[in-house]
Design a protein around this ligand. Structure first.
Ligand code: NDP
Length: 259
């Protein structure tokens, strides 16, 4: 059976492009987002698969009978919620089998100067961007161990590496994720699981709609913002490179050189 990839945040933006590229390379993909309709729409556009099946995490039994071995699936899950993540990953493993690849692309931004930032926004940012990836890794890893070629990919940001006024909490969530990636790579290497990170610069997605003007003020050596397909290429490179682990790869058109 083809390899199974779970992509959080696979309904839009970078995650959706990664899901599409993985599907075009023959993977079955489980797309996870808070919005089941959006996840289903993403799944419906994927290559391959013998159809798409929506799974609401609390009603899996009815889907076991209709799920074909090649299906992509869509699941509703808030990655910042422990029970949601636990139930979702149990569902994926029961209905779709062993996970080979976990891509943590779910993320949010809540920009603003720290002095004006609400504690509730700080919690949301850290909850989705940092805790969310920790929870999904914890839920997925036991089933990924000793599954040859298994790999995790976390989504960092140049802002986590270089900092940016107005994004201090977002930046902290991504910097934390980088430390998490390096440590986890050490923890699970002996079990045959690789853990890497992508560090995108400014990529054209819903998340950066309001930022693109300010991005254009930054000198990007390659002279333009990036496209989601360009990040997806790097994601698949890291997922499929058997001797790369604990690595954080910049996909930023060189912008970090000027930050
Ligand atoms: P988008 O806003 O386009 O997509 C975000 C995705 O995450 C959506 O699928 C969204 O689905 C999902 N998501 C958000 N919150 C949750 C949650 N709590 N649980 C589950 N899914 C969730 O963002 P991008 O594609 O631009 O960003 C993807 C990742 O790349 C993020 O981690 C971001 O921080 C990072 N990044 C992006 C950059 C850029 O320039 N675009 C630059 C650097 C890093 P839904 O709302 O349905 O839940």
């Amino acid at each position: 059976m083809s390899r199974l990839a779970v992509v959080t945040g696979g309904s839009r933006g970078i995650g959706r492009a990664v899901a599409q590229l993985l599907a075009s390379r023959g993977c079955r993909v489980a797309v996870v987002s808070r919005d089941l309709e959006a996840a289903l729409a993403a799944v419906a556009s994927l290559d391959g698969g013998r159809g798409s099946v929506v799974i609401h995490v609390y009603s899996i039994q009815m889907y076991n009978s209709v799920l074909n071995p090649g299906d992509h699936v869509a699941l509703r899950c808030d990655v910042s919620q422990e029970q949601d993540v636990r139930t979702t990953f149990e569902t994926i493993q029961k209905t779709c089998g062993k996970i080979s690849y976990l891509v943590n692309s779910a993320g949010i931004n809540r920009d603003g100067l720290l002095l004006r930032q609400k504690a509730s926004d700080m919690r949301s940012l850290l909850g989705v961007n940092l805790l969310g990836s920790m929870l999904t890794c914890r839920a997925a890893l036991p089933g990924m161990m000793h599954n040859p070629g298994a790999a995790v990919l976390n989504m960092g940001s140049v802002v986590g590496m270089k900092g940016r006024a107005g994004q201090s909490v977002y930046s902290a969530s991504k910097a934390g994720l980088e430390g998490f990636t390096h440590s986890l790579a050490k923890e699970v290497a002996s079990r045959g699981v690789r853990v890497n990170m992508l560090i995108p610069g400014f990529i054209r997605t819903d998340m950066t709609t309001g930022l693109q003007e300010s991005a254009s003020l930054l000198p990007i050596p390659l002279g333009r913002v990036g496209e989601v397909e360009e990040v997806a290429q790097a994601a698949v490179f890291l997922l499929l490179s058997p001797y790369v682990t604990g690595h954080a790869l910049l996909v930023d058109g060189g912008v970090s050189l000027n930050m």
